[in-house]
Design a protein around this ligand. Structure first.
Ligand SMILES: NC(=O)c1ccc[n+]([C@@H]2O[C@H](COP(=O)([O-])OP(=O)(O)OC[C@H]3O[C@@H](n4cnc5c(N)ncnc54)[C@H](OP(=O)(O)O)[C@@H]3O)[C@@H](O)[C@H]2O)c1
Length: 159
């Protein structure tokens, strides 16, 4: 299992159930990385999407509610069982879901946005977690300078 996220300088990821920034280059990267794959998200993130379900991807939603066009799972245990049936799984948020699934992820694709913005949703600072190591970085220019960072988990939890 992998995850993909865009963070501000202080690892903020959202406010008022919206993204902090609108970034064309990052959206392109997200699309390239996840198209044809399976994406996992929480209910709030699913409801925040401009187009639901995300096209050309299998959508799995963690929620107590059912959504048409998505596989809905009601617990972490159910999600992990479902994820075993899929080849390429990307966790795409939000804060609560990232936090629960981080230990199971092998790779984290983190877009670091060189900007700050008020946030109410945060991602854990991987630079302060010894089990996570940044193995590659690529710089890009968008509305703000970006760094596409690939982090590897030295000891992912098996499921
Ligand atoms: N920057 C980025 O890359 C990025 C990416 C994605 C999202 N975001 C941002 O993140 C924020 C949303 O994060 P969030 O933490 O509020 O919401 P979230 O993680 O998207 O969704 C939380 C909801 O998912 C369901 N859920 C979570 N864990 C579950 C479990 N183990 N079992 C069953 N259901 C579970 C619950 O829904 P029920 O109420 O149905 O039980 C819960 O209320 C937004 O601001 C969004 O824009 C940012």
């Amino acid at each position: 299992m992998n995850l993909i996220v865009a963070v501000s300088r202080d690892w903020g990821i959202g406010k008022g159930n919206k993204l902090l920034f609108s970034l064309k280059e990052d959206m392109k990267f997200f699309k390239t990385m996840t198209t044809g794959k399976t994406v996992v998200m929480g209910k709030n993130t699913y409801l925040s999407l401009p187009r639901r379900p995300l096209p050309n991807r299998v959508n799995i939603v963690l929620s107590s509610t059912d959504f048409e066009g998505a596989i809905c799972v009601r617990s972490l245990e159910e999600l992990l069982e479902e994820a075993k049936k899929h080849d390429d799984v990307f966790v795409i948020g939000g804060a609560g879901v990232y936090r629960q699934l981080l230990p199971y992820c092998e790779t984290a694709y983190v877009t670091k946005v060189d900007a700050t913005a008020p946030a109410d949703a945060y991602f854990p600072n991987l630079d302060e977690m010894p089990e996570w190591e940044c193995v590659s970085e690529t710089e890009a220019q968008d509305a703000y300078p970006l760094t596409f960072c690939t982090y590897k988990n030295k000891k992912p939890t098996e499921f």
